[in-house]
Design a protein around this ligand. Structure first.
Ligand code: IMP
Length: 207
Protein backbone atom coordinates (compact mmCIF):
# COMPACT_ATOMS: atom_id res chain seq x y z
CA UNK A 1 0.00 0.00 0.00
CA UNK A 2 1.33 3.46 -0.90
CA UNK A 3 1.06 5.88 2.01
CA UNK A 4 0.09 9.41 0.96
CA UNK A 5 2.44 12.22 1.93
CA UNK A 6 1.03 14.75 4.41
CA UNK A 7 0.07 18.09 2.82
CA UNK A 8 2.74 20.75 3.41
CA UNK A 9 1.79 24.15 4.76
CA UNK A 10 4.37 26.95 4.88
CA UNK A 11 4.34 29.06 8.02
CA UNK A 12 5.41 32.38 6.50
CA UNK A 13 7.67 33.71 9.24
CA UNK A 14 11.42 33.68 9.90
CA UNK A 15 10.67 33.67 13.64
CA UNK A 16 11.39 30.13 14.93
CA UNK A 17 9.44 30.83 18.14
CA UNK A 18 6.34 31.68 16.13
CA UNK A 19 6.72 28.50 14.01
CA UNK A 20 6.83 26.45 17.25
CA UNK A 21 3.76 28.27 18.57
CA UNK A 22 1.82 27.64 15.32
CA UNK A 23 2.83 23.95 15.32
CA UNK A 24 1.66 23.59 18.92
CA UNK A 25 -1.67 25.35 18.34
CA UNK A 26 -2.32 23.60 15.00
CA UNK A 27 -1.40 20.11 16.26
CA UNK A 28 -4.90 18.80 15.41
CA UNK A 29 -4.52 19.74 11.70
CA UNK A 30 -3.04 16.76 9.75
CA UNK A 31 -0.44 18.73 7.78
CA UNK A 32 3.32 19.08 7.78
CA UNK A 33 4.15 22.63 8.87
CA UNK A 34 7.35 24.07 7.43
CA UNK A 35 8.93 27.35 8.55
CA UNK A 36 10.62 29.73 6.11
CA UNK A 37 14.00 29.03 7.69
CA UNK A 38 13.79 25.52 6.21
CA UNK A 39 13.47 26.91 2.65
CA UNK A 40 15.80 28.88 0.34
CA UNK A 41 15.83 32.46 1.59
CA UNK A 42 13.91 35.03 -0.51
CA UNK A 43 13.41 38.75 -0.03
CA UNK A 44 10.45 39.44 2.26
CA UNK A 45 7.51 41.44 0.83
CA UNK A 46 6.84 44.98 2.05
CA UNK A 47 4.42 45.05 4.95
CA UNK A 48 2.94 48.42 4.06
CA UNK A 49 -0.78 47.62 4.43
CA UNK A 50 -2.96 49.78 6.65
CA UNK A 51 -4.50 46.76 8.43
CA UNK A 52 -3.20 43.56 10.01
CA UNK A 53 -5.33 41.54 7.58
CA UNK A 54 -3.96 43.32 4.50
CA UNK A 55 -0.40 42.53 5.61
CA UNK A 56 -1.23 38.90 6.44
CA UNK A 57 -2.82 38.42 2.97
CA UNK A 58 0.17 40.05 1.23
CA UNK A 59 2.58 37.68 2.98
CA UNK A 60 0.47 34.52 2.50
CA UNK A 61 -0.02 35.21 -1.25
CA UNK A 62 3.60 36.15 -1.82
CA UNK A 63 5.10 33.01 -0.26
CA UNK A 64 2.41 30.72 -1.63
CA UNK A 65 2.97 31.96 -5.19
CA UNK A 66 6.74 31.86 -4.90
CA UNK A 67 6.99 28.33 -3.47
CA UNK A 68 3.81 26.92 -5.07
CA UNK A 69 2.53 25.63 -1.73
CA UNK A 70 -0.21 26.50 0.75
CA UNK A 71 1.13 29.34 2.93
CA UNK A 72 -0.15 30.67 6.25
CA UNK A 73 0.91 34.14 7.41
CA UNK A 74 -0.04 36.31 10.36
CA UNK A 75 0.29 39.93 11.31
CA UNK A 76 -0.33 41.28 14.77
CA UNK A 77 0.18 44.21 17.06
CA UNK A 78 -1.08 46.43 19.83
CA UNK A 79 -3.87 48.98 19.30
CA UNK A 80 -4.10 51.74 21.95
CA UNK A 81 -7.29 53.82 21.95
CA UNK A 82 -5.77 56.95 23.54
CA UNK A 83 -3.10 56.97 20.78
CA UNK A 84 -5.70 56.78 17.98
CA UNK A 85 -4.87 53.13 17.36
CA UNK A 86 -1.06 53.42 17.45
CA UNK A 87 1.25 51.57 17.33
CA UNK A 88 -1.08 49.24 15.34
CA UNK A 89 0.47 47.87 12.15
CA UNK A 90 3.69 49.68 13.13
CA UNK A 91 4.02 47.82 16.47
CA UNK A 92 7.26 46.05 15.54
CA UNK A 93 8.94 49.30 14.42
CA UNK A 94 7.28 51.88 16.69
CA UNK A 95 9.79 54.69 17.33
CA UNK A 96 12.02 53.62 14.43
CA UNK A 97 14.73 51.07 13.78
CA UNK A 98 17.33 50.10 16.33
CA UNK A 99 15.07 50.23 19.41
CA UNK A 100 14.71 47.27 21.76
CA UNK A 101 11.32 45.94 22.88
CA UNK A 102 11.89 47.75 26.19
CA UNK A 103 12.71 51.05 24.39
CA UNK A 104 9.47 50.76 22.41
CA UNK A 105 7.27 50.09 25.39
CA UNK A 106 8.93 52.93 27.34
CA UNK A 107 8.17 55.24 24.40
CA UNK A 108 4.56 54.07 24.43
CA UNK A 109 4.32 54.74 28.20
CA UNK A 110 5.80 58.21 27.65
CA UNK A 111 3.24 58.94 24.93
CA UNK A 112 0.50 57.91 27.39
CA UNK A 113 1.76 60.16 30.20
CA UNK A 114 -1.14 61.90 31.93
CA UNK A 115 -3.74 59.47 30.50
CA UNK A 116 -5.75 58.07 33.44
CA UNK A 117 -6.41 54.36 34.01
CA UNK A 118 -9.95 54.44 32.59
CA UNK A 119 -8.71 55.80 29.26
CA UNK A 120 -5.81 53.37 28.83
CA UNK A 121 -7.88 50.76 26.98
CA UNK A 122 -6.04 48.71 24.34
CA UNK A 123 -6.09 45.38 22.53
CA UNK A 124 -3.77 42.93 20.89
CA UNK A 125 -5.04 41.94 17.45
CA UNK A 126 -3.93 39.15 15.14
CA UNK A 127 -4.96 38.41 11.55
CA UNK A 128 -4.12 35.12 9.85
CA UNK A 129 -4.39 34.48 6.11
CA UNK A 130 -3.94 31.19 4.25
CA UNK A 131 -3.28 31.29 0.49
CA UNK A 132 -3.75 28.32 -1.82
CA UNK A 133 -1.68 28.38 -5.04
CA UNK A 134 -3.97 25.82 -6.70
CA UNK A 135 -6.79 28.38 -6.64
CA UNK A 136 -4.84 31.36 -8.01
CA UNK A 137 -3.74 32.52 -4.58
CA UNK A 138 -7.28 32.52 -3.21
CA UNK A 139 -7.13 33.00 0.51
CA UNK A 140 -9.05 32.33 3.70
CA UNK A 141 -8.62 34.37 6.84
CA UNK A 142 -9.44 34.72 10.53
CA UNK A 143 -8.81 37.29 13.25
CA UNK A 144 -8.40 37.19 17.02
CA UNK A 145 -8.42 39.92 19.65
CA UNK A 146 -7.68 40.21 23.36
CA UNK A 147 -8.99 43.33 25.11
CA UNK A 148 -7.15 44.93 28.01
CA UNK A 149 -5.42 48.06 29.27
CA UNK A 150 -1.96 49.60 29.43
CA UNK A 151 -0.54 49.89 32.95
CA UNK A 152 1.87 52.59 34.16
CA UNK A 153 5.08 50.57 34.75
CA UNK A 154 6.28 47.33 33.07
CA UNK A 155 5.82 44.09 35.06
CA UNK A 156 6.93 40.51 34.29
CA UNK A 157 9.67 38.80 32.31
CA UNK A 158 7.79 36.32 30.10
CA UNK A 159 6.49 36.82 26.58
CA UNK A 160 7.88 39.54 24.33
CA UNK A 161 7.08 42.94 22.83
CA UNK A 162 4.50 44.89 24.79
CA UNK A 163 3.55 42.03 27.15
CA UNK A 164 5.03 43.72 30.27
CA UNK A 165 2.59 46.67 30.02
CA UNK A 166 -0.61 44.87 28.91
CA UNK A 167 -3.18 43.52 31.39
CA UNK A 168 -6.06 41.58 29.75
CA UNK A 169 -9.58 42.51 30.84
CA UNK A 170 -10.58 40.52 33.95
CA UNK A 171 -6.93 39.84 34.88
CA UNK A 172 -4.62 41.57 37.37
CA UNK A 173 -1.36 40.31 35.84
CA UNK A 174 0.32 41.43 32.65
CA UNK A 175 0.73 38.86 29.88
CA UNK A 176 4.46 38.95 30.75
CA UNK A 177 3.58 37.65 34.24
CA UNK A 178 1.71 34.64 32.79
CA UNK A 179 3.10 31.26 31.74
CA UNK A 180 3.11 30.43 28.00
CA UNK A 181 0.11 28.11 28.55
CA UNK A 182 -1.85 30.81 30.37
CA UNK A 183 -1.14 33.33 27.62
CA UNK A 184 -2.09 30.75 24.95
CA UNK A 185 -5.47 30.31 26.65
CA UNK A 186 -6.44 33.92 25.97
CA UNK A 187 -4.08 35.36 23.37
CA UNK A 188 -5.12 37.09 20.15
CA UNK A 189 -2.92 34.71 18.14
CA UNK A 190 -4.40 31.59 19.79
CA UNK A 191 -7.90 32.92 19.08
CA UNK A 192 -7.11 33.63 15.43
CA UNK A 193 -5.53 30.19 15.02
CA UNK A 194 -8.54 28.53 16.64
CA UNK A 195 -10.79 30.39 14.20
CA UNK A 196 -8.80 29.30 11.10
CA UNK A 197 -8.60 25.59 12.07
CA UNK A 198 -11.93 24.46 10.50
CA UNK A 199 -11.22 26.14 7.13
CA UNK A 200 -7.61 24.97 7.07
CA UNK A 201 -8.63 21.40 7.95
CA UNK A 202 -11.22 21.51 5.16
CA UNK A 203 -8.64 22.71 2.64
CA UNK A 204 -6.21 19.95 3.61
CA UNK A 205 -8.92 17.30 3.59
CA UNK A 206 -9.79 18.30 0.00
CA UNK A 207 -6.22 17.74 -1.20
P1 IMP B 1 4.45 40.54 14.03
O1 IMP B 1 3.04 40.06 13.89
O2 IMP B 1 5.41 39.43 14.29
O3 IMP B 1 4.86 41.46 12.94
O4 IMP B 1 4.49 41.36 15.40
C1 IMP B 1 4.26 42.72 15.46
C2 IMP B 1 4.65 43.32 16.78
O5 IMP B 1 3.47 43.42 17.58
C3 IMP B 1 5.64 42.55 17.63
O6 IMP B 1 6.97 42.89 17.30
C4 IMP B 1 5.29 43.05 19.03
O7 IMP B 1 5.88 44.31 19.25
C5 IMP B 1 3.79 43.24 18.94
N1 IMP B 1 3.10 42.03 19.40
C6 IMP B 1 2.40 41.15 18.63
N2 IMP B 1 1.90 40.15 19.40
C7 IMP B 1 2.33 40.42 20.66
C8 IMP B 1 2.17 39.71 21.89
O8 IMP B 1 1.56 38.63 22.00
N3 IMP B 1 2.76 40.29 22.96
C9 IMP B 1 3.45 41.46 22.90
N4 IMP B 1 3.65 42.13 21.78
C10 IMP B 1 3.08 41.61 20.66
Amino acid sequence: MIESQPVRVLIATQNAGKVREFRRLLAQVPAMFVGLEELPRITAPDEDGSTFLANAITKARYYSQHFGEIALADDSGLVVDALDGAPGVHSARYGGDGLSDMDRLRLLLKNLEGVPKEHRTARFECAIAVANPQCHGEFMHATGTVEGRIIFEPRGRNGFGYDPIFVPTGETRTTAEMSADEKDSLSHRARAIEAIVPALSGLIGDR
